[in-house]
Design a protein around this ligand. Structure first.
Ligand SMILES: [Zn+2]
Length: 412
């Protein structure tokens, strides 16, 4: 009986340990270092921040930002299209002229406008969104000019290699992220509720992808193949299964990354069941009570007025990080293995959104069962020892009562 209990406890412990590492290790096929954009990350970032230095949603700078992105897409080769269509069937970029309403912090009614570039190479192929938000708090060189620039570089790489693509790509440039992910919510809602809209298989969000100490890719509250693949693409890109670390980010147990604890544009797609991954240059660690952009306090400038071009230029790796992300994501989208993961595997690896605490709730239940079994085993063993003291001869013949125990009790 005791062996059975010990075995059960061991099996349950192993289940708890391995449940966090259940996915396979997806390895990239494509040599990422070969893929470089013709566009310079330094020139793009400086151009964007010069043309639109303070991109608060609803202001003239957002118009300027969209024109900078539109002009760059046009230079890459994307033709413009005045009419935003929900069912794109060719390659073009467009402004979303309809826009959406939102309120600023003072209750003023404002309008936001996303923009998109569609690289639809074959309507039967799976479709992946590359998202980045255009707006910022202050100048926002890291958050999120860096993500916009990487997205433009990816558009440049993939536009010139579109014959090789085995997926369609939608480059979405979101407005009004900083005031509550309103642009991405608007687009995700359109994708979900309009019957003729395109089916999206996955979304990769590029938010603040440069300016922190390292690059991280976040996915579900557990490892996923999407996450594994991207993290294994480059030695400077680290995987972050969210689990306890991110759930603890606000100083108390809260929700998974797709909910309020880590809200960025991917959240709006994830709640509709679209698999997502986020590349982010900040590290979440519960030991340090939340978001850590850098171990150097002077470099923790995100969401402050210090997130400027001048500060970004002082960083040793800022532009390298943008180039790395552009290369990694372009390579992934050109690799049929990664596209296959997005199309066939990613949905099955989503955690259940109905579990308020992500993977925490089932782990607590399993750990509770382990604790009960452990206490039962301890109590049973104590009873055997008591019985043995009362009846040594019988205890000595008891096959499940180890000889060592007998010697221990009777000191022989
Ligand atoms: Zn951001």
């Amino acid at each position: 009986m005791r062996k059975v209990i010990i075995l059960t406890v061991l099996v349950l412990c192993c289940t708890v340990i391995f449940s966090s590492y259940a996915t396979s290790f997806a390895q990239p096929n494509v040599e990422t270092s070969n893929l470089q954009s013709n566009l310079s990350s330094r020139e793009l970032l400086q151009g964007y921040l010069t043309q639109a230095p303070s991109r608060i949603a609803g202001t003239q700078d957002m118009v300027n930002a969209r024109y900078f992105i539109g002009n760059t897409l046009e230079d890459i080769g994307f033709p413009s299209n005045d009419l935003f269509k929900l069912l794109p069937n060719h390659t073009y970029y467009c402004f979303d002229d309809n826009g959406f309403e939102f309120e600023d912090d003072f209750g003023n009614l404002l309008y936001g406008y996303n923009m998109y570039a569609f690289l639809i190479v074959n309507p039967t192929y799976p479709t992946i969104i590359i998202g980045s938000h255009m707006d910022s708090i202050g100048q926002g060189a890291t958050d999120n000019a860096s993500g916009v620039v990487a997205s433009l570089m990816i558009a440049d790489i993939l536009f010139s290699r579109q014959q090789e693509l085995k997926c369609n790509v939608i480059f979405a440039y979101f407005d009004a992220e900083e005031v509550g992910c309103i642009g991405s919510e608007y687009y995700a809602h359109q994708l979900n509720y309009y019957p003729d809209s395109i089916d999206v298989d996955a979304m990769i969000n590029l938010d603040s992808i440069a300016g922190g100490d390292n690059l991280y890719v976040y996915a579900e509250d557990k490892r996923t193949d999407m996450c594994d693949y991207l993290a294994n693409s480059h030695p400077n890109l680290y995987q972050k299964p969210i689990n306890a670390e991110l759930n603890y980010s606000a100083g108390y147990w809260t929700y998974g990354y797709y909910q309020q604890a880590f809200a960025s544009d991917h959240t709006e797609f994830r709640v509709y069941g679209i698999p997502t991954a986020v590349i982010f240059s900040g590290n979440y660690s519960w030991k340090q009570m939340g978001f850590v952009q850098s171990l150097d306090a002077n470099n923790c400038v995100m969401n402050t007025d210090l997130d400027t071009l001048a500060h970004f230029n002082s960083l040793p790796n800022g532009y390298n990080q943008i180039d790395t992300v552009a290369s990694v994501v372009s390579s992934a989208l050109l690799d049929s293995q990664f596209v296959g993961i997005c199309q066939n595997v990613a949905k099955s690896q989503l955690v259940d959104l109905n579990l308020a605490y992500g993977t925490i709730a089932p782990l607590v239940v399993i750990q509770g069962i382990v604790a009960i079994l452990g206490i039962s085993a301890f109590t049973y063993h104590k009873k055997l020892r008591k019985d043995a003291i009362l009846n040594p001869a019988e205890a000595n013949n008891n096959s499940i009562f180890k000889q060592a125990d007998y010697h221990d009790i009777f000191n022989i």
